[in-house]
Design a protein around this ligand. Structure first.
Ligand SMILES: CSC[C@H]1O[C@H](OP(=O)(O)O)[C@H](O)[C@@H]1O
Length: 362
């Protein structure tokens, strides 16, 4: 636990230091696992770059970073009129919204802060700034509570000795510190279920190889790293009894966007009659979308594939297609694990029923 970190998280993915004149501190995830370094974000441009370059990544973590990014971006408005403050708030929110398009938590957090400001027109700029910092901290702490509940709901689905496969990183590093898919594994391990995790390396940015294995080893959860192309074979060999991944945006019918390669894993799981679960907080649902067809998919730079981590592995000028996410249709998802319970079957009716219920009691 970082002594400066006020939220009760044991993985200090990101946190605010000080008052409204403070700053956002975060682990630079691009350096893991070989270097553990925290960076300080003292202006909104640094926050934007950190999200864009995946120094901070994962839907919930991106939402928290954006919320604190708004607070940082408003530090230029100390002592201004409320009208000037609100104009700057609009500019900063639009700027941060342009960092990455798929993770809905980013937009959910920005909308939440802007609505708070609209509902607090009577406050002066200093009071409003302080209230926005409180709300950003609330988003962080609420996420930690959601992660712990997701862990409890999901762990109940796993049996002693299960082999479980995951794709990308949906751990503490992708959230306030508790994780979503990995929260399920952490809780199952805490309950003594003796699970064994198989982590896809997750090309091209290797969040699985670099981050998921690191987190699980930190917590002494047995983990085996496999290449993405091995997922089908370990299922065929009977090593996998369940698959759990995170999500970046879930449509009202349960179609789920997640790291590229997740769709293939879901199809393979279906072929082997292995349950495929998504673990995600309610803040990752976008009920304005009827289906996953409308989820915006981020395309990233070709160099992530042709020059991953500095080594050229393809001819100069080769044509590259690099979508960062894909969408798994609800029909391939056995259940969606949320802090409000398990959504099963995965239908619009069930999504709305569970999301309208209260969070499970720990
Ligand atoms: C708990 S959300 C984790 C989710 O975010 C990752 O994407 P990225 O690393 O590009 O931010 C991936 O889709 C994970 O499943």
């Amino acid at each position: 636990m970082n002594t400066e970190h006020e939220a009760a998280s044991d993985v200090a993915t990101l946190y605010w230091v000080g008052g409204t004149d403070g700053y956002l501190k975060m682990i630079d995830q691009t350096l893991l696992p070989t270097e553990y370094k925290e960076i300080e974000c003292r202006d909104v441009e640094t926050v934007w770059e950190a999200i864009k370059k995946l120094r901070v990544r994962g839907a919930p973590a991106i939402g928290i970073a954006a919320a604190y990014g708004v607070v940082v971006g408003l530090q230029t408005e100390a002592g201004t009129s409320r009208a000037e403050f609100d104009q700057r708030l609009k500019i900063v929110a639009e700027y941060l919204a342009g960092s990455r398009p798929t993770a809905v938590n980013l937009f959910w957090a920005l909308d939440r802060l802007q609505k708070l400001a609209a509902d607090s027109a009577d406050l002066d700029s200093g009071e409003m700034h302080a209230l926005l910092l409180e709300e950003a901290r609330r988003i962080e702490v609420e996420d930690l509570e959601m992660c712990h509940k997701i862990g409890e709901v999901g762990a109940a689905l796993l049996s002693p000795g299960d082999g479980v496969l995951t794709h990308c990183n949906a751990g503490g590093l992708a959230t306030s510190g508790g994780g979503t898919a990995l929260a399920v594994f952490f809780e199952a391990a805490r309950q003594g279920k003796g699970i064994h995790v198989y982590a896809d390396e997750t090309r091209p940015l290797l969040q699985g190889a670099r981050l998921t294995t690191w987190e699980l080893m930190q917590r002494n959860v047995p983990v085996t790293l496999i290449s993405d192309s091995m997922a089908g074979w370990v299922m065929k060999e009977g090593k996998i009894q369940a698959v759990v991944t995170g999500a970046d945006r879930i449509a009202a019918n349960g179609d789920s966007a997640n790291k590229i390669g997740t769709y293939s894993v879901a199809l393979l799981a279906s072929l082997h009659d292995i349950p495929f679960y998504i673990a995600a907080p309610s803040s990752t649902f976008d009920l304005s979308l009827e289906s996953g067809a409308e989820i915006p998919i981020e395309e990233r730079q070709p160099e992530e594939i042709t020059n991953g981590f500095g080594k050229q592995t393809a001819p100069e000028g080769v044509d590259v297609y690099n979508p960062a996410f894909d969408v798994t249709p609800a029909k391939f998802i056995r259940g969606i694990i949320t802090e409000r319970g398990l959504i099963q079957p995965v239908t619009t009716e069930q999504v709305l029923r569970v999301l309208n219920s209260e969070p499970v009691q720990s």
